[in-house]
Design a binder for this molecule. Structure first.
Ligand code: GLC
Length: 404
């Protein structure tokens, strides 16, 4: 079987980490298959895929296409597809990229084109060879992105199967595309060897340029890209509302990684917010970490605070696998991952007072942290093992090839 994967980013965000797990899982289970990857820019996705032995072509996006993205409505971002002034330029860039991609796919001639990310869904629909099957792997909600939804509806006839990263995203895809497409829910997997309760631990204080925390200080962190809806503001507000004891130190772990216009906060903006809240001495900014598992293991509590429903929430699954006490927003696909009071504490979306209360409760109760952490790592090991990926994707691909 020949499968070509199209990634809409060369850097590592959740959708790209998920793609790497797919590549690793299929490589192990189907060593005879020919897997290849096309990415629109260099980055860790590209180097890690190559390290797995996956032939990878970088076909760079023109800048206008790299910056293009439609934020979900209500996410408070102004930029996006709606900037009419650049439409002709954009249409030209997309058409010329589509032609180059079509030539590349015609040469590779895969049986399956697996497109990861909304831009690649459309480009894949234009560029795929007519006799290969097209899979759209949907990692985000489409419904709240009106222009994207309209375009995907228009090209849905060219898509043979949709993979959604949660039931919640599958429902959203169904509400946009109807029953015309065959939709499967496949949860993301986690590399359980790397995301394990024991292993290397990062010195977060050193990364943040802080003196080492006093013994007994409870460490709580938000691990995320700087997308505006990841809830950094709520996290900082919650830290400001904590009582003085026990001592808690916060960490913002991550950086703005996507190039999409206006979608990301800047480090300066977050530092300013911490200053305005009077907590600069209690919250460290580590920047992007290449090995998030070592950062998670350095934390007592991992917080997920997205202000929009989280399509899946890979960081939640990874932190659970690392045996951490997790606080996660109970909305969207994230609500399918956690079991409130058993594997995590469920947070009301957008409520920084509730977040402060959850952090304070866990900070004061090491036994509760240990109980949640243990149940979380057992649940992650059972539900997010990468072997599940191959066991679901192999029959899906085979079915598509025999239908063609
Ligand atoms: C996207 C989603 C996130 C999910 C990841 C992997 O980044 O926003 O919720 O975990 O894709 O599917």
């Amino acid at each position: 079987m020949k499968v070509t994967y199209l990634s809409q980013a060369g850097r590592l965000g959740g959708a790209e980490i998920s793609l790497l797990e797919i590549l690793a899982s299929l490589k192990r289970s189907e060593p005879g298959w020919e897997l290849s990857l096309v990415a629109p820019g260099d980055g860790l996705l590209v180097s890690r895929a190559r390290a797995l032995g996956i032939p990878t072509t970088v076909l760079p996006f023109p800048a206008v296409l790299a910056r293009l993205g439609e934020p979900p409505q209500g996410a408070g971002v102004r930029a996006g597809l709606g900037r009419l002034g650049r439409l002709p330029h954009l249409a030209w860039a997309a058409a010329s990229y589509g032609r180059r991609l079509r030539r590349l796919l015609a040469t590779a001639h895969p049986q399956i084109v697996h497109a990861n990310g909304l831009k690649m869904h459309l480009l894949g629909a234009w560029a795929r060879p007519l006799d290969s099957a097209l899979v759209w792997h949907v990692h985000d909600y489409i419904g709240p992105r009106r222009t994207t939804a309209r375009l995907l509806r228009r090209y849905a006839g060219r898509c043979d199967a949709v993979v959604a990263n949660s039931r919640s995203v599958a429902d959203d895809v169904r509400s946009v595309l109807g029953d015309r497409v065959n939709i499967s829910t496949i949860y993301n997997a986690v590399d359980l060897r790397r995301f394990a309760p024991t292993g290397p631990v990062l010195d977060l204080d050193a990364l943040a340029g802080f003196p080492r925390a006093e013994p007994g200080t409870v460490k709580v962190g938000l691990v995320a890209t700087f997308a505006r809806w990841k809830g950094h503001g709520r996290f900082l507000e919650a830290l400001a509302k904590l009582p003085g004891t026990p001592a808690v130190r916060g960490y913002v772990i991550g950086a703005p990684i996507y190039e999409t216009d206006g979608s990301q906060r800047s480090l300066e903006e977050l530092r300013r917010l911490a200053r305005d809240l009077g907590i600069s001495a209690r919250v460290g900014f580590t920047g992007f970490v290449e090995k998030p598992a070592s950062a998670m293991r350095a934390l007592d509590i991992v917080v997920h605070a997205s202000t929009e429903p989280e399509p899946f929430g890979l960081v939640i699954a990874e932190s659970m696998a690392c045996g951490r006490a997790v606080i996660a927003v109970q909305a969207g696909g994230a609500a399918e991952i956690i079991d409130d009071e058993v594997t995590a504490l469920a947070l009301r979306p957008g409520d920084s007072s509730h977040l402060a209360a959850c952090i304070a409760r866990l900070a004061a109760d090491p036994a509760l942290r240990a109980r949640l952490a243990q149940a979380a790592s057992a649940s992650a090991a059972a539900r997010f093992d990468s072997r599940h990926l191959a066991s679901k994707l192999v029959p899906l691909y085979r079915g598509l090839v025999s239908d063609n």
